[in-house]
Ligand binder design. Structure first.
Ligand SMILES: *Cc1c(COP(=O)(O)O)cnc(C)c1O
Length: 273
C-alpha cells in the first residue's frame, strides 16, 4: 500500500517537474526580442519538504534547489543521501539573511548562490566569511530589491540598489554579482495587467546596466513563483523560484519553532495560509 502510494507520488513529481520545465520553455519562446535570449533557470524550492523529494527531483534532472531558512538549508545540503546521490546539486539561498547567520550559511555544501543580499554591510560580511573559507572561486550573489516599497519586505530601495551593486563589484573580491532578485507583493491579480514588481525590477536592471556600462545579459533577474513564473519569464526573468506546483502545497505546524526564527527569516514565505 504505502509502497504503491509512494511510487505514485514519485511519478507525479516527475510529471509536475516536466510540466513546469515545458511551461518555462514556452514562456521563454514568447519573450519580446529586446530581452536577452537566455534559457531561464528553474530553482526548485523545497522548504518544509523532505530531502527524499529533492533527491527524486534530482533524479528527474533538476539541479538547482532553493531554501529560505539557513538551518533547513544546512541540514538538507549536508544530508548524507543528498551528498552521495546528488553530486551536482546547486543550492540557492533565497530567504532573509541575518548577519549572525552568515558563517553558518557558508558551511553549506554545494552552496551556489545567495539571492538575498540586502545591504552593504551584509555584502561585506558574506565577502569576508567566504574568503575565510578559502573556497575556490567567487560566490555568486544577487541583490534583493524591494520593488513594492512595502516596509514589511526585505530588500533595497531603488536608490540603494546601484550603490550596493557598485560596492560589491568594487570592494568584494570574494563575490560575483550576478543579478537582481525580488519577491514582490503577494496575490497580485495578473488580469489587471503586467505585475508592477516585475516591471520595477526590469527597470532597475536597465538603470544599473546603463550606469555601470554593463550589457543586459550580464545581470540576471530572479522573479516569479508558482503562480506567476510564466508571466515573469515573459517579462524578463532569467531565474524563477518555484515550490508548491512541483512539491505540493506546504503544511505548517501551528506551534512556534524557536530554532527557525520564522518572523526573522521567513519573510519570503507568503503561502503559509
Ligand atoms: C517559498 C518561496 C518561493 C516558492 O514559492 P511557491 O509559491 O511555492 O512557488 C519562492 N521564493 C521565495 C523567496 C520563497 O520563500
Amino acid at each position: 500500500m504505502i509502497g504503491r502510494r509512494r511510487a505514485g507520488a514519485m511519478a507525479d513529481l516527475g510529471l509536475r517537474l516536466r510540466a513546469v520545465t515545458d511551461n518555462i520553455s514556452g514562456a521563454a519562446a514568447r519573450r519580446p526580442r529586446e530581452l536577452p535570449a537566455v534559457a531561464p533557470r528553474l530553482v526548485a524550492v523545497g522548504k518544509t519538504k523532505p530531502a527524499s523529494l529533492m533527491i527524486e527531483a534530482y533524479h528527474h534532472g533538476q539541479r538547482h534547489f532553493g531554501e529560505n531558512y539557513v538551518q533547513e538549508l544546512v541540514e538538507k545540503a549536508s544530508d548524507s543521501q543528498i551528498l552521495s546521490l546528488c553530486p551536482e546539486i546547486k543550492w540557492h539561498f533565497i530567504g532573509h539573511l541575518q548577519k549572525n547567520n552568515v558563517n553558518k550559511l557558508m558551511a553549506t555544501p554545494n552552496l551556489f548562490m545567495i539571492e538575498t543580499i540586502d545591504s552593504i554591510k551584509l555584502a561585506d560580511k558574506v565577502n569576508v566569511s567566504w574568503q575565510k573559507k578559502q573556497a575556490a572561486g567567487r560566490l555568486k550573489v544577487m541583490v534583493q530589491v524591494n520593488t513594492s516599497e512595502e516596509d514589511s519586505k526585505h530588500g533595497m530601495s531603488a536608490a540603494d540598489t546601484l550603490s550596493t551593486v557598485s560596492h560589491i563589484v568594487d570592494h568584494c573580491p570574494g563575490l560575483e554579482f550576478v543579478g537582481l532578485m525580488t519577491i514582490g507583493r503577494y496575490g497580485y491579480d495578473l488580469s489587471e495587467g503586467p505585475n508592477p514588481d516585475f516591471q520595477v525590477l526590469a527597470a532597475r536592471r536597465r538603470e544599473l546596466c546603463s550606469k555601470l556600462n554593463l550589457p543586459l545579459e550580464a545581470v540576471e533577474l530572479s522573479m516569479g513563483m508558482s503562480t506567476d513564473y510564466e508571466h515573469a519569464i515573459e517579462v524578463g526573468a532569467t531565474s524563477v523560484r518555484v515550490g508548491s506546483v512541483i512539491f505540493g502545497e506546504r503544511t505548517y505546524p501551528n506551534k512556534p519553532n524557536p530554532g527557525k526564527e520564522p518572523e526573522a527569516e521567513g519573510v519570503g514565505e507568503r503561502v503559509a495560509a
